[in-house]
Ligand binder design. Sequence first.
Ligand SMILES: [Zn+2]
Length: 167
Amino acid sequence: MSNVISVEDLENSKNKTITVKTEENIDGINALTPIRADLTFRSLGDFIEVSGNVKGIVKLECDLCLKEFEYKLDFDIDELYAKHALIEAPDESGQEFEIKDGQFVTDLNGSDEIDIYDLLYQSVILNLPNKKVCGINCNGEDKFSKEEEMSDPRMDVFKNIKIEDNK
Ligand SMILES: [Zn+2]
């Protein structure tokens, strides 16, 4: 099975839908198992909808004790690709933008295919936890003195950042 969904093949397929089951070893993602994905590509006129599920086990480094731990990935994908440029600003080409809450559209930017590998890389990165902690019993916190943390002006910036959970 090819790693690329061509827009033309999608248009010519039954119900304009292609279902893909794949396993990928993705560069830049430290995975214990290949990333498994079950994806459905559906042509909706000007858009291509990608939906499905992604699973895998990745190795992350704990933010507190710096040990590696296993993190189980299991998340759904729900994305839209625009076949034609939706916005004229050259700076924005190839970027994702949001059309409504939580629904992102990726501009295919003249390309006539969707790279599954790329899609999986992006979605796995987005679904990694913002705070990586090996477990509730992690006792690595002792490594950081509380006073040091409070007095470090570089930490101030984090107090004002609220990171939204992806789901
Ligand atoms: Zn830890």
